[in-house]
Design a protein around this ligand. Structure first.
Ligand code: AGP
Length: 593
């Protein structure tokens, strides 16, 4: 949800090409507009609505003088995606420029007051109040640092801000509250950014500033202070991700690259076993678990409920993070609240985590090291999926499931599950060897307007996730249902030719779901079945089938059966000439409530 970057280089190197390169890596956070500001004898700004490649063709964003500057990609909240609303936003004089990720909740009141004092606003954004406030405080005699401190004392809401001022050259100031910000400490080059993939090419040495700390980038180095002006000693952490991991490496899109990395994501996450063993040992007195998450992470949580309740006998609730605050009365110190988030920065999830921390033990299952969830939860399991750039979560979902399976297996002391889990990478690799049938299916189903996905038990969350992937990147209406629920309403929607994807691994419920398949088929549905390769009945009854190694049991099926559904969504998006990495209206990291 918006991405910001700031960089300052020594030796008079041009910052604009570096800023452009960095901001491109954050395009997954927003693609409504892009802008860069650099400083020479004046503040130079190039910005416009549209994706980076388009704007760059028109404006040649790298061609700007100055050895430091700031950049932004926007996911619009306040104001249409047009040039005026693009960042950087400036003050009256054009001497102060700001990029911002977040929402200023009291901007209307501030704007009115500033207007009455003669400030002229040129955009509909909430952000524009920031440069004007800084201008106001500098006019009162404050330096940039104090004007920024005063400004963050005036605004309410969430922010990661980077600011430059012509009056204080060779300096970038930045700060954050409830929106992510990292500091990169390179050799003769210093950065701030919303997320580490932006700067991996330049440095892997990262500092994580806390709320309202003031970051000062200068050609000589980085200083971080508290609001009282005390210099803070911050630890520099070396991030394990490499620049290569955040590149397409020959694939057309990140999403297909990331789908193909899922066996590795599972393998790498299995290395978290020792960490999980320690957590489980420590949590021997819990009597209830609550999963809290959004979107795909919520679907992973649902699988966790089925697993933990059936194997470990611990009652489990699964709550959408945005609804969590309505369900907190029954939490206590024996409840473990598990927060699942690939980004670790989802605003709804963080709000819920802060609430849960007051009463209960909290555990984060997170892909991005150093993210806010990892710093606020009592315990952390890192999914080792590597950087995920495609907006649609794929390999991080597999990482989350792997972590949940290990947690369930260890809570239940179930060695068989742990052994089955070890075989999952091999099943995934085998599946990915031949996916041509999915590609062909995509050509046949690309023009359908509605899709239904059904599954029972462990396959129900797969159906939900398959539907989410399809609607997210192809804009086709898709719904996932528990197979048994069809007859309670949704069956009325089934008509001649409507595609119904039936997730049907082998197992004790096979016969029942097969009956549901028959029910939709007899009403004219076109059935796409995902099942075992030795399931002759399934193959004969479906219009299209994608088959999987029969050794993949019902219990581990979520880790494997989701992959053809991810691919179906991907290839339909390609057939519809859509960019699966950048679905409209969405962003990778949802930092607003
Ligand atoms: C998944 O494809 C979506 N992009 C979205 O639903 C996502 O899972 C959700 O926003 C939660 O994000 P998080 O895991 O980073 O918290």
């Amino acid at each position: 949800m918006c991405g910001i970057v700031g960089c300052i280089l020594k030796n008079n190197e041009k910052a604009a090409p570096v800023l452009l390169d960095c901001i491109k890596k954050l395009e997954y956070r927003g693609y409504d507009s892009v802008g860069i500001a650099t400083v020479s004898d004046k503040i130079n700004i190039k910005k416009d609505a549209g994706q980076i490649n388009k704007v760059n063709l028109e404006l040649d964003l790298a061609d700007m003088p100055g050895n430091y500057g700031i950049a932004h990609v926007r996911w619009a909240t306040h104001g249409d995606p047009n040039k005026a609303n693009s960042h950087p936003q400036v003050d009256n004089t054009g001497k102060i420029a700001v990029v911002h990720n977040g929402i200023i909740e009291n901007y209307e009141v501030i704007k009115k007051e500033l207007e009455s004092q003669g400030h002229v606003f040129k955009s509909d954004t909430d952000t524009e109040v920031i440069p004007h406030l800084i201008e106001k405080y500098m006019d009162q005699g404050m330096d940039l640092e104090h004007a920024l401190i005063e400004t963050i004392g005036t605004i309410h809401g969430a922010y990661a801000i980077a600011v430059i001022s012509l009056d204080e050259p060779n300096k970038i100031l930045a700060t954050r509250k409830d929106s992510p910000l990292i500091v990169g400490v390179g050799e003769d080059q210093y950065f701030v950014a919303s997320d580490s993939p932006a700067i991996l090419e330049y440095t892997r040495n990262i500092i994580y500033p806390e709320r309202d700390e003031i970051v000062i980038l200068e050609p000589e180095g980085v200083t971080i202070k508290d609001k009282q002006g005390n210099i803070l000693e911050k630890e520099i952490e070396v991030i394990e991700w490499t620049p290569k991991m955040a590149q397409k490496e020959g694939y057309d899109y990140f999403m297909i690259k990331e789908i193909n990395e899922q066996a590795t994501a599972v393998k790498n996450t299995l290395t978290e076993k020792e960490n999980i063993e320690k957590i489980v040992e420590d949590l021997d007195d819990i009597n209830r678990i609550c999963f809290v998450a959004c979107g795909t992470s919520y679907h992973a949580s649902l699988t966790g409920k089925y697993l933990i309740e059936s194997l470990a006998g611990i009652p489990v609730d699964v709550i959408l993070a945005s609804e969590f605050k309505y369900s907190t009365n029954t939490l206590n110190e024996k409840t473990l609240v598990i927060f699942i988030s690939q980004s670790g920065e989802t605003a709804d999830t963080l709000k819920a985590l802060d609430i849960a921390n007051k009463t209960s033990k909290t555990l984060g299952i997170v892909n991005v090291a150093g993210s806010s969830v990892t710093r606020r939860a009592n315990y952390v399991i890192h999914t080792q999926a590597g950087p995920e750039i495609g907006v649609a979560a794929t390999k991080t979902y597999l990482g989350q499931l792997t972590a949940i399976y290990m947690l369930a297996g260890l809570l239940a002391k179930n060695n068989t599950l742990m052994e089955e889990l070890d075989r999952v990478p091999e099943f995934i690799e085998e599946l990915l060897l031949d996916t041509n049938s999915i590609k062909e299916m995509a050509t046949r189903y690309k023009d359908n307007n509605d899709f239904y996905f059904i599954g029972r038990g462990y396959s129900y969350p797969i159906a939900l996730e398959g539907a989410l992937k399809l609607k997210e990147i192809t804009y086709i209406h898709a719904e996932g249902y528990a197979a048994g629920e069809l007859k309670h309403g949704p069956l009325a929607l089934i008509d001649i030719g409507v595609p119904v994807v039936v997730v049907l691994p082998p197992g004790e419920d096979h016969r029942k779901t097969m009956s549901n398949l028959e029910e939709v088929k007899s009403r004219g549905a076109r059935v796409i079945a995902i099942g075992a390769s030795d399931d002759a009945m399934l193959i004969s009854k479906s219009d299209d089938a994608f088959t999987i190694n029969p050794d993949v049991t019902d219990i581990i099926s979520p880790l494997v059966y989701i992959i053809p559904l991810q691919m179906l969504a991907y290839y339909i998006a390609i057939e519809r000439e859509l960019d699966p990495d950048k679905p409209k209206n969405l962003a990778k990291c949802v930092t607003v409530e």
